[in-house]
Design a protein around this ligand. Structure first.
Ligand code: NAP
Length: 283
């Protein structure tokens, strides 16, 4: 392998230690940063995600509350819970685990979260703040990717990045964060006719698609930085990303692994956002 690994676990350990220290400083002022995680239904993957988020909070010295509801919970009942959490001074961040059951409109629920507690960064107020360069919560996954680039001391200014995927939670905010750092950004998606023609030009490639081997070695410029956001299963059922790791790591300069790359950083940035919310509430 020629590429250097960007180790999301190691970086997370460092950042979570910083979070724990800042949480201690807040506690000394009588404030324990608190995150409420709301899960509706019994989606097995969501159950694993929320468990990991709650565990990470506890390890980082943050207070966390897991509210679990069965899939029959009505939208009105969920909105009532959100209103109560918005008003709860012990809760600084609110996360509603997606996807929600089909009878609940996810966007309505997200918009009901107070922007001051929107630690997932999905509220339109947070999206608008990112778009305009104002302070606000950044979505955790692309924010984690930015921290990974920072961790290798990569000079972004003037570089060309290709973001594959245009979702509201990963692709679009990723592109905006890179743009803020003076990167020239190309966003590709399922209707992009010749993906390879774009990726071959890129100094940085972020793959956020959800399909195995979307990015192969022949699509990568030698020395490029490759961040793999995808979470998929291979033929043996093992977790893998969007990038053909074996091939691309022979060509890229830096690469993130799956698992142990962007995944842990997403949870870490949730802790960072919750701490930031608590610090803001403390003035
Ligand atoms: P999403 O909402 O399904 O978006 C996928 C994007 O990929 C869409 O914009 C789609 O284009 C594009 N796409 C699909 N097929 C393509 C192709 N063949 N070539 C180029 N683009 C293609 O997914 P998401 O929520 O952004 O998540 C993306 C992946 O990241 C998933 O595997 C998800 O599990 C993973 N993820 C990981 C983390 C983490 O912590 N590691 C966090 C969030 C998400 P259209 O818009 O044209 O449909």
């Amino acid at each position: 392998m020629t590429a250097q690994l960007i180790d999301g676990n190691a970086l997370s350990t460092r950042l979570r230690a910083e979070v724990a220290q800042r949480a201690l400083a807040l506690k000394a002022r009588g404030i324990t940063p608190g995150l409420a995680v709301v899960l509706v239904g019994d989606n097995p993957a969501s159950q694993v995600y929320v468990r990991n988020k709650v565990k990470a909070c506890e390890a980082g010295g943050l207070h966390s509350v897991l509210e679990k509801y069965d899939a029959q919970l009505s939208q009105a009942q969920l909105l009532q819970r959100i209103a109560a959490l918005n008003a709860d001074p012990a809760i600084h961040g609110i996360l509603v685990q997606l996807p929600l059951p089909p009878h609940i409109d996810a966007q309505t629920v997200i918009e009901a979260i107070s922007p001051a507690k929107d630690v997932d960064g999905f509220h339109v107020a947070s999206a608008g703040a990112l778009m305009t360069g104002l302070p606000g919560f950044w979505p955790c996954t692309p924010h984690g990717c930015m921290r990974m680039l920072e961790s290798i001391g990569y000079e972004l200014k003037g570089k060309h990045a290709v973001v594959i995927g245009r979702s509201n939670i990963v692709g679009k905010p990723m592109a905006l964060m890179l743009l803020q750092q003076d990167v020239t950004v190309t966003i590709c998606h399922s209707r992009t006719p010749d993906l390879k023609a774009h990726t071959l030009q890129a100094d940085v490639i972020v793959a956020a698609v959800g399909k195995r081997k979307v990015l192969t070695a022949d699509m990568v410029k030698p020395g490029a930085v490759v961040l793999d956001v995808g979470m998929n299963r291979d033929d043996e059922g093992k977790l893998c990303g969007d990038v053909d790791f074996a091939g691309v790591s022979q060509v890229a300069g830096y690469i993130t692994p799956v698992p142990g790359g962007v995944g842990p950083m997403t949870i870490t940035m949730l802790l960072v956002n919750t701490l930031q919310a608590a610090e803001a509430s403390a003035g």
